[in-house]
Design a protein around this ligand. Sequence first.
Ligand code: SF4
Ligand code: SF4
Length: 221
Amino acid sequence: MYGIAMAKGLLVTLKNLTKKPFTVQYPEERLKQHPRFRGEEFVWYEERCTGCASCAKYCPLGIIKIVTTPSETAPAQGDKYKLELFDISIERCMFCGLCVEACPYDALFMGSGFEQGQYSRKGMVIDIDQLRNADKRPSAFFRPQLEDAGYDPQGGRPLDWQEVGRESWQWHEREKAGMKIARPVPSDLLADGPRVDSSFVEDSVPEPKATDGPAPAGDAE
Ligand code: SF4
Ligand code: SF4
């Protein structure tokens, strides 16, 4: 029958006319954000960053540019590279958070701000100085240590680099302890004799054998 669908549509309109609107008058009014909200900014802790560039490698858009001081030798264990450049071009960022997930040292976090609009593309690059000076209120996205602590980036205080990592996690300690190899290597798997064959060492001088006699006269120079 004609007109039923139209009546149904009008009914929906009438129903919503009587409902209280749920829109807010931004920017005067603001909705409460979830602690895991991913904004268009990043929180970076230079103290925690080793310059490994895992974040840059994992970014599917290749918009993180990292330059570290060239080193002629490998840094000592526990050492880190000095960062010269750390640019994030947020005009192309899709805020997927993969860079944050890839950071093994809890140095990079999503931020909660979303008001970084600029009039030029150049202005949409977050450089290392901006990252250094940015407000340290990290989003709890992919950082359960912050979520478990009940941290709210909107209402909470800025966090120091010592407060944002997973070092204090008890399970982490247990995991680390579990990785220790407690079993000795069975003796039947150990090779007999010395582990290094000295004939492969270029500088090694073979020991003269006790049974060797004087060199033949034709060999003398
Ligand atoms: S959030 Fe995604 S797109 Fe943006 S910089 Fe990180 S990995 Fe790249
Ligand atoms: S932010 Fe994390 S992943 Fe990126 S260079 Fe620093 S330590 Fe490596």
